[in-house]
Design a binder for this molecule. Structure first.
Ligand code: CTP
Ligand code: MG
Length: 180
């Protein structure tokens, strides 16, 4: 019961988990804010680029398509019901994850934090809020079916743990500049 809730909630979030990591690998090029300042600080900063955002979103959507191709054997193997992703849900989760992270950068710059500075709490949950909000907007019926309140609770508890673990690994591998 609890196991199947955790499995389906995390499966439903996978297309939101990969975009920010893919962006780290793909980042570079023109910043989204074009270098513009606002009240003495960058609007977003050089850490939010068009290329990182586009590649991150595309990788998240592609992962959703791959998951759709293997969902039946995976559900059988795990003995649980797992979601398939309509394209609108896949785009919502992936683009929303990037948008949440971009929104967090905006808040970091407004609060005087330089690019790369940590903002505990926000760093771990920004992309979750963005992904859930965009998925709800783009695919509301699918969202209601899979993101019940208990499922959302699982996501909010488990995601920060997974996020810290993947970022520490990325830092140790030298692909990420900071471990957050
Ligand atoms: N990245 C990108 N585009 C995005 C998100 C991330 O190009 N939309 C790339 C950038 O190269 C960025 C790296 O991934 O430096 C790490 O992402 P993140 O930690 O989110 O950015 P920071 O550099 O820490 O910048 P900020 O303080 O604004 O979050
Ligand atoms: Mg960072």
């Amino acid at each position: 019961m609890v196991g199947s809730l955790v499995a389906s909630a995390l499966w439903a979030m996978l297309p939101a988990y990969v975009p920010n990591n893919a962006a780290v690998l793909a980042g570079g090029g023109r910043p989204i804010d074009g270098g513009r300042m606002w009240n003495g600080a960058r609007v977003l900063g050089d850490g939010k680029t068009w290329r990182g955002t586009a590649v991150g979103t595309a990788v998240g959507v592609l992962l959703a398509l791959v998951l759709n191709a293997i969902v039946d054997p995976a559900a059988t193997a795990l003995g649980v019901d797992l979601p398939t992703f309509p394209l609108r849900a896949a785009v919502g989760l992936a683009l929303g994850a990037m948008a949440g992270d971009i929104g967090a950068s905006f808040l970091k710059r407004r609060s005087g934090r330089e690019r790369g500075a940590a903002f505990p709490g926000l760093d771990q949950l920004d992309f979750v809020v963005g992904a859930l909000a965009f998925a709800w907007l783009l695919a509301p019926a699918w969202f209601d079916e899979w993101f019940t309140l208990p499922a959302i609770a699982v996501v909010i508890v488990v995601t920060p743990i997974l996020h810290v673990v993947t970022n520490v690994i990325g830092f140790a591998l030298g692909v990420k500049n900071e471990p957050w």
